[in-house]
Design a protein around this ligand. Sequence first.
Ligand code: IVH
Length: 678
Amino acid sequence: MQPQADRDALSEAERLRRQLHEHNYRYYALDDPQITDAEYDSLLRRLQELEQQFPQLRTADSPTQRVGVAPLAEFETVHHQVPMLSLDNAFSDDEVLAFDRRIHDRLNIQDDIAYVCEPKLDGVAVSLLYKDGVLVQGATRGDGSAGENITANVRTIRSIPLRLQTEKPPAQFEVRGEIYLPRAGFERINAEARERGEKTFVNPRNAAAGSLRQLDSSITASRPLSLFAYGTGLVDGWALPDSHRQMLDQLRQWGLPVNPLIEVAEGVSGCIAYYQRLVSRRDGLGYDIDGIVYKVNNLALQQRLGFVSRAPRWAIARKFPAQEASTRLLDVEFQVGRTGAVTPVARLEPVFVGGVTVSNATLHNRDEIGRLGARIGDTVIIRRAGDVIPQVVSVVLRERPEDAREIQFPRQCPVCGSPVEQVAGEVVMRCSGGLVCAAQRKQAIRHFASRKAMDIDGLGDKLIEQLVDQGLIESVADIYRLQLEPLAALERMAQKSAQNLLDAIKKSRQTTLPRFLYALGVREVGEATARALASHFGSLENLRAATEMQLQEVGDVGPVVAHFVREFFDNEASQKVVAELQAAGIHWPDMEPASAADQPLAGQTWVLTGTLESLSRTEAKEKLLKLGAKVAGTVSAKTDCVVAGPGAGSKLTKAESLGVRVVDEQAFLAMLRDNGLS
Ligand code: IVH
């Protein structure tokens, strides 16, 4: 190798590494990416090429290490120079008050104490050692004094900086934090495992622990793990600041992710208020938390308080209600959905979990029942977290009663008796009855009438049940043939409510093309796809005439969706229903292909948060979409504007911290009026 080529490669590798660190920092610590994922990947690939060609260029902090390295035979043991402690728990406000009182007594202080309130992440505790700013070791907590060396696995986690963002790093710096798996990542990993017929993880914490315990770090690299840092261990060559909050701010500046919901509360009453706020937001967070950790903010006071056995006196974990509980599986019923999917539903002895009483949980599909090995009568563990419906996650085999019964998956649809079939390549079993099946019909009608579809006020589940069971409605088109007298004669109905319903039905005749398309319930055509199809084709006629190839010209429409759309419009029964609906007077204005003048917000991303008084979220969203804006669910540096109503929470805080424009309802309405929408 030529010395010059050698030097060129070296300086190119160094430059690439610097760029990749910087982009990683912008992405994870600042939430302000400046290049696309594809551009990042191409820089990374170039560095990989160079390192492959010149292996001597490979360094411990190279971003290429994130893809994983050769599998280990076993993990080495790491002794923690500063032990990794645990926390005492509090289960009520009273126990938190007692904690605060103990601290006042011990310190002999009368004034309010400032506490840092931190979400208690439900993941795996880790210790990360940086020497001269470079990540050299990652270790699990183990028993607190010694854990396992998981350096190769930790390096694969993109939000963990491989090098601290500072010119003057401490000689040695140990960061303590929690590695966790966001709920979406957990659902994805489990869905993939289900597809492959493999065992699923019980909860995100187990999945995170399982992913970190891999001897093959390329497996860890494939799991979307993340980290929140919350403390330090060994520190050498850096003077600790005065407060825990300042220490967290320093960690963030060095590129370590710190939870954005962390707040300082003055006095214990602030701690209790923080608990209430977080409990109500728990379900909406993208990750599991099992409580809140309160820590005395002042580090000198922490020092004075010290430790008892393995826990600090200056901190306590206020636990939330558990998200998992055991109960008995009383029976399994099979529900038929709109597309005929037959879903096994567990009937349970009611149990309090995740803050509510649960008596039903999903068992997903036939394969899942097989994998769990559940029988009726078993004690099962159920989990309810976030917005996800409760699920049966495991069976307590040692508690199986003698008379536990096997679960039989039906061969015939429990509602219409048609054969239940498995479509090649799918795990779900489907009733083959189509709209002959009353269950599928009811679901189709429910979907048609729903708020985001035809929005027929008053046509709820109970009424749909009666209408279908009594033969008053067979298809959605029959809704528009309903008469006053038979309606008024139904259970829980009277002249007035029947008339109100007829008025709502009449009103729904005037709609929009996106709503109508969505209401038809074409498989895989959700609200966004319906909107994209409508604005691309402008009219139902154009859409109906489109080939699968033409359909795929619409953004977001791939071969699967194109196929379902074509199949729907080629199906005689669907053609008949659409014709009947149009004959019943359903109409909408055709859409002009969108022009720049109508779309003053084109290219902008808006976020709605809190409650708006004069219009619903859906209405506000529709208006923004009409003006060309994209409406996102989360705030990032790319957000152009946040509309914040009363009750706005973390999205507002985040917008403020990122300097994103925030408007209130009045300003939002004024903007709509200026653009001809009211
Ligand atoms: S502080 C000396 N802060 O909870 C204090 N721990 O029960 C040590 N955890 O093993 C811990 N979020 O895995 C602290 N914000 C947070 C935390 C947190 C989660 C976990 C951690 C620890 C366990 C203690």
